[in-house]
Design a protein around this ligand. Structure first.
Ligand SMILES: Cc1ncc(COP(=O)(O)O)c(C=O)c1O
Length: 405
């Protein structure tokens, strides 16, 4: 089965990790600062603070944005649950605003409608690696005094109006989960141009302690102070050495993903019943995912049947995402019934993520193209002869078996 995403680890990555294993530092040592500096430079931000995961990084960003009980933060429903969960970790309330029909990113018009006197932050998501529409979002944030935390976990290396994601919002959050552009196993980063935010993020990830072990060792002092309630969210030197080595290959990784996306789009743009992802003219996406939408009327079936047919062709398709408000925890806690965010919910019913990763061979890409063409054509032809929609619309858990990160 060709997976939808996977890491590429080469000999130099392995060597970088071995070097750290032979060094004096396993946890917060020199590789953390090196990785932070290299990532900040790559995205055009002044500061970068490494965290033990993208989720921990989101939590850190929610903390330093000052989110607290009674506050609201607005995000898109079509995202991984961590984007909204980080608001709950702070005791604040996540509020959703629907997505734009083309990019499936937070729609600034819907966002404007959801802002209240309780709103403190906005978390736009760069879905699939296509940057969110940050300029109107930042303008709204400026007007209402909100902090913008960009969930850029899909978008390392993407560009928005010629600028790199990571240096535009008040804070941007990246993940180094193995399916992402840079893999450290688990890992994350917050980038920002504000020194005060960077300073608080560093404390928050290290128990709220005002200095780190390296600073204490250098100064020869034992004294430290816990100045806020933090966590152990540190990323270690082993992971950062891997991240640094992987970061050197980011350009090649992005170039390959863009090549694959171009090939897919050329192959599918005229395929009946298949809608390719749209790309706005002012962005250069990072293509973490390549999500197609399947039209149930033209194919006379639902997404679940197409999904299963592609799996039967050994194409490890996946679905990103079940909208967050439709998960049982959110339904039970906030009373969502479905129907609240029609654009995201309708898109969810049609989305299928095709394999998209740096290490795909040309033959892999052609296999996917062949399988999608075969399956879509078979359903479309059947639809011509049957002439009515026969699918079920509710996917069962066994249809979505992989982790949905
Ligand atoms: C959009 C988005 N936000 C947040 C996360 C959480 O990142 P991590 O898995 O590194 O905790 C992910 C998943 O990796 C994600 O895709």
């Amino acid at each position: 089965m060709l997976p939808y995403g996977r890491q590429s680890i080469s000999e130099d990555d392995i060597q970088a990790v071995l070097d750290v294993l032979r060094s004096d530092w396993l946890t917060t040592g020199p590789k953390v600062a090196e990785f932070e500096e290299a990532l900040a430079a790559r995205v055009g931000a002044k500061y970068a603070v490494a965290f033990s995961s993208g989720t921990a990084a989101l939590h850190g960003a929610a903390f330093v944005a000052g989110l607290k009980p009674g506050d609201e933060a607005i995000t898109a429903p079509l995202t991984f649950a961590a984007t909204a969960n980080c608001v709950l970790y702070q005791g604040a309330c996540p509020v959703f605003a629907d997505v734009s029909p083309d990019t499936l990113n937070l729609d600034p018009n819907r966002l404007a409608e959801r802002i209240t006197t309780k709103t403190r932050a906005v978390l736009p998501v760069d879905y699939a690696g296509h940057p969110a529409d940050l300029d109107p979002i930042l303008a709204l944030a400026e007007h209402h005094g909100l902090t913008v935390i960009e969930d850029a976990c899909h978008a390392l290396g993407a560009e928005y109006t010629g600028r790199r994601t990571g240096g535009i919002a008040h804070m941007s959050v990246f993940s180094f989960h193995p399916v992402k552009h840079v893999a450290t196993g688990e890992g994350g980063m917050v980038t920002t141009n504000r020194p005060d935010l960077a300073e608080s993020l560093r404390r928050f990830r290290n128990h709220g302690i005002s200095t780190d072990a390296g600073q204490r060792q250098a100064s020869g002092r034992w004294h430290y102070e816990v100045v806020l309630l933090g966590f152990n969210y540190r990323l270690n030197d082993v992971a950062c050495a891997l991240g640094l080595s992987q970061l050197k290959k980011l350009e090649a990784n992005l170039a390959r993903r863009r090549q694959i996306a171009a090939r897919y789009t050329a192959a599918f743009c005229n395929l009946r019943g298949v809608v390719v992802p749209s790309v706005r003219s002012n962005v250069n996406p990072a293509w973490h995912l390549y999500p197609i939408r399947v039209n149930p009327v033209l194919l006379n079936t639902d997404r679940a049947h197409v999904f299963r047919a592609l799996r039967a062709e050994n194409i490890g398709v996946n679905v990103h995402y079940i909208p967050v408000h439709m998960h049982p925890y959110y339904r039970d806690r906030f009373g969502y019934k479905g129907g609240e965010y029609p654009v995201a919910e309708a898109a969810y019913e049609q989305l299928i993520s095709l394999p998209m990763f740096h290490g795909m061979t040309d033959a892999d890409v052609e296999d996917v193209i062949h399988a999608v063409g075969k399956v879509a054509t078979a359903f479309a032809e059947q639809s011509n002869s049957v002439g009515q929609f026969v699918g079920t619309t509710v996917p069962t858990p066994e249809m979505i078996t992989e982790d949905l990160v």
